[in-house]
Design a binder for this molecule. Structure first.
Ligand code: IMP
Ligand code: MG
Length: 180
């Protein structure tokens, strides 16, 4: 699997450093609040598990599954709710945890839906941000790393459902796409 990679963009150490930094900021901002962290499946699972260990305040977690991708490397612009939250978020301080913010289509629909549930506050933390790809009017309050417009895999991020189990983030060799 590792032979399919062209370049490593974020090492395991860099990812842990980002989690410590963001965790400290979030701890400071949410002291004494009723924090609910919502992971967007499946990509954010690894980031979420590392990040919340660095947040030193009472919090609960929940998950949502949406689909905007259909196996390829380009967003289709469509968002479908596959799994909704398990409990009410009314009056809660909600923090959405995402793996990557690209066009923003996914997070725009999710934030609009969650805001309509009368939350107290709603913010986004994303490990990666591709600002050059943005189409929707949306930004994350907490960003781990801004990256150029390149398709990345690993640490939760997939290409056709594979590579999520890599412990770091990298780009794939062009022949990997060509062979599909
Ligand atoms: P957006 O709606 O275009 O912002 O896309 C967000 C979703 O697309 C992310 O949650 C990922 O699942 C997926 N995605 C966007 N860019 C990449 C990438 O470079 N590698 C893997 N998945 C990606
Ligand atoms: Mg995702």
């Amino acid at each position: 699997m590792k032979d399919d990679l062209k370049e490593i963009l974020l090492t395991e150490d860099e990812i842990q450093q980002i989690c410590r930094q963001l965790g400290a900021e979030i701890t400071k901002d949410y002291k004494g609040k009723d924090l609910v962290c919502i992971g967007i499946l499946k990509g954010s699972a690894m980031f979420m598990s590392d990040l919340i260990k660095r947040i030193d305040t009472h919090l609960s977690i929940d998950f949502m599954d949406v689909s905007s991708y259909h196996g390829g490397t380009e967003s289709t612009g469509e968002v479908k709710i596959l799994k909704d939250l398990g409990s009410s978020i009314e009056n809660k301080d909600v923090l959405i945890i995402e793996d990557i913010l690209e066009t923003g289509t996914t997070l725009k629909s999710i934030t609009e839906l969650l805001k309509s549930r009368r939350v107290n506050s709603l913010e986004i933390v994303t490990l990666l941000d591709k600002p050059n790809r943005r189409k929707a009017d949306i930004e994350a309050k907490y960003v781990g790393r801004k990256i150029p417009d390149e398709f990345v895999v690993g640490y939760g991020l997939d290409y056709a459902e594979f590579y999520r189990n890599l412990p770091y983030v990298g780009t794939l060799k062009p022949e990997v796409y060509q062979n599909k």
